[in-house]
Design a protein around this ligand. Structure first.
Ligand SMILES: [Zn+2]
Length: 409
């Protein structure tokens, strides 16, 4: 049975972790920073040393390509990201890119005949130091001149960064890949949670990256003297808001697990010790795996706000803010991951991803799958992030055998 070269994968993980090392096991390689540029140069050297075709596209995505015999064949992309958050861990993103590289090297050495080209790819700025999911969004044709004019890291950071990696606004806006040329996308990532570790399961096949909806929920009551107004006569907007938060939590846990709800901000007005709050604004956000579940959660949560308002003698206004659609993974690609795990004798389960990844963007243009390997204690975006060597090796071997499963149709 064909397997990756374990030691070579682990050596790559160690070598890459020296670039931008924080000295305590972590790495700081924010996208387009000098450390990221160094990491990118290292990746290019590995691709060339392996005798693969090196490419940098218009948005700075880097890849090593193994061509099959048919020049007209489509390309299967294996990827993730080499950039990190400031003071991040050494596995987030890096494991996916280095697994992809190791799989492509293994296929090349074995001389395996494939019906598609295979490309090990690192996306630019997944973490959003400058512009979140920049590389995958540009590849999917989703970035606009407007996005580039208002990057979240600031225009100066984007311009300095683009110069460092030899891209410009025009090349980024023209980095789109034709979906007709793609055979699919596979990404392995550390879980960044504890579900696999707690269940003692090797591989988590993601069914969807959750959708996210956010609302402002405003309860309106009446300001009053905090001493003289009798308790039973108060129309306290914050009592209503507090009751709502706890009821929403219970309802989502009872009826929508594994969906989640969050209230990230409470703003009470007038906002003084001695005034009964007249107005409360709550930042409501909820996440789930399908549009149907998101619609049902929204219906319940907004109806509950109206009920709570009525019970507290308040009025309520809800206004929608942002919406991110759930990104379902492709059934055939998911089956390939499960077939591979079975062939390797690894246990697997299906789960949702509550964090964003390049796979959610790639799923818009090509059949995509994301799968997880365990993260110790779920620690991530932290130098203490850790995934055991055997789990890293398992992840890469699953990718190799998923490619073979897709190749044999
Ligand atoms: Zn990541």
């Amino acid at each position: 049975m064909l397997n990756i070269n374990d030691q070579r994968l682990l050596n790559d993980l160690d070598e890459l972790a020296r670039i931008g090392s924080t000295g305590d096991g972590g790495v700081s390689r924010p996208a387009l920073s000098p450390a990221d540029v160094e990491g990118r140069a290292w990746f290019k050297r590995q691709i060339e040393a392996a005798g693969l075709e090196f490419h940098q596209d218009g948005t700075g995505n880097l890849s090593g390509v193994l061509r099959c015999a048919d020049p007209q064949a489509k390309t299967l992309i294996l990827g993730s990201h080499l950039d990190s958050v400031p003071n991040g861990g050494r596995f987030d993103g890096a494991l996916g890119v280095l697994s992809a590289l190791e799989v492509v090297r293994t296929l090349k050495e074995a001389g395996t005949e494939l019906p598609f080209h295979v490309e090990a790819l690192s996306f630019t700025d997944e973490e959003g130091s400058v512009l979140g999911l920049m590389g995958s969004q540009a590849m999917a044709g989703l970035l606009t001149a407007d996005d580039l004019a208002r990057p979240r890291g600031g225009l100066d950071a984007l311009e300095a960064g683009m110069a460092r990696i030899d891209v410009d606004e025009n090349s980024i806006l023209n980095a789109q890949r034709d979906p007709q040329t793609l055979a699919g996308y596979i990404e392995v990532h550390i879980e960044q949670g504890t579900r696999l570790e707690e269940a003692g399961i090797d591989i988590g096949v993601v069914t969807a990256m959750v959708g996210i909806r956010s609302f402002n929920v405003q309860f309106l009551g009446e300001a009053a003297h905090a001493g003289t107004m009798p308790m039973l006569k108060r129309r306290d907007a914050l009592w209503g808001g507090s009751d709502y938060i706890l009821r929403a939590k219970r309802h989502v846990m009872d009826d929508y697990t594994p969906g989640v709800v969050n209230f990230g901000q409470i703003n009470a007005k007038p906002g003084a010790f001695n005034i009964v709050p007249a107005q409360v604004d709550l930042a409501l956000e909820f996440r789930h795996g399908t549009d149907e579940e998101m619609d049902a959660m929204q219906r319940d949560l907004l109806a509950m706000a109206a009920t709570v308002a009525q019970e507290h003698g308040l009025s309520v206004r809800t206004s929608p803010l942002d919406t991110l659609q759930p990104a379902p993974m492709d059934a055939t690609m998911m089956a390939a991951i499960e077939t591979a795990a079975d062939a390797l004798g690894l246990s697997h389960t299906r789960l949702l991803s509550f964090a964003g990844h390049d796979a959610q963007i790639m799923s818009r243009i090509t059949p995509s799958v994301l799968y997880f390997v365990p993260s110790v204690k779920g620690i991530s975006h932290n130098p203490a992030e850790y995934t055991a060597p055997e789990d890293c090796i398992n992840g890469a071997n699953v990718m190799l055998h998923a490619v073979l499963a897709l190749a044999s149709g």
